[in-house]
Design a protein around this ligand. Structure first.
Ligand SMILES: Cc1cc2nc3c(=O)[nH]c(=O)nc-3n(C[C@H](O)[C@H](O)[C@H](O)COP(=O)(O)O)c2cc1C
Length: 188
């Protein structure tokens, strides 16, 4: 299995509207310069990559951005990138600017092979946090809730909650609460 990094990807629509979405970028080589984005059909990220074949991979530790994108909160400050048209997140600890160099066609989940054209660091990485990992797992459950049995989601959330209760700071607690509220509402 290749390495996958859970990032917030920023893309741009043909009309210039930026879009944020959590996306697992698949390592395309060992140097770390090539990544594969595999957005499902249909999605805004997929439509945007077809229109503007560039993206920014934002490496963030503020997990409210993962939870926010899945619960209708996408109002996170953006800044211009250096070499590509999609913007980067102001909150990114680091970011990579990528250009699509090849597309592997697939009806359900095409693969956009990308090359890194620029990278920059903005703030220190301050170590792992179990609540952050739990929020990312819970965000994945929310994004797949139309596919998963409710009992499976409830059991996973019960297990993940332990790390949140023990290790969350205010950001992690807020992100967790947004996801719990989303799961309590009817499937959209
Ligand atoms: C950690 C994480 C990783 C994800 N990775 C992917 C992915 O690789 N491909 C994908 O299509 N959706 C992925 N998702 C789900 C999308 O973020 C979500 O469905 C989103 O709404 C994409 O649709 P959009 O581009 O229309 O916003 C991921 C979600 C999370 C929380």
């Amino acid at each position: 299995m290749p390495l996958i990094r859970e990032t917030i990807v920023t893309t741009l629509a043909a009309d210039g509207t930026p879009h944020l979405a959590p996306l697992g970028l698949i390592a395309g080589d060992e140097s770390g310069g090539r990544w594969i984005a595999a957005p499902f059909h249909p999605s805004t990220t997929l439509a945007n990559l077809r229109a503007v074949p560039e993206l920014v991979a934002n490496y963030v530790d503020d997990v409210r951005i993962f939870a926010g994108c899945l619960t209708g909160r996408r109002d996170f400050p953006l800044l211009a990138a250096d070499h590509v048209r999609p913007p980067r997140l102001a909150a990114a600890l680091a970011h990579a600017e990528l250009r699509v160099v090849a597309i592997e066609a697939d009806e359900a989940r095409p693969r956009f092979h990308c090359e890194t054209v620029f990278e920059a660091s903005h703030a220190p990485f301050r170590g792992f946090n179990r609540a952050q990992a739990a929020v990312i797992e819970a965000a994945i459950l929310v994004s797949r809730r139309h596919l998963l049995p409710p009992a499976t989601i409830a059991e996973e959330m019960r297990r993940l909650r332990v790390a949140v209760d023990k290790t969350a700071g205010p950001r992690e607690a807020a992100a967790w609460a947004w996801l719990v509220a989303a799961l309590a509402s009817p499937v959209g």
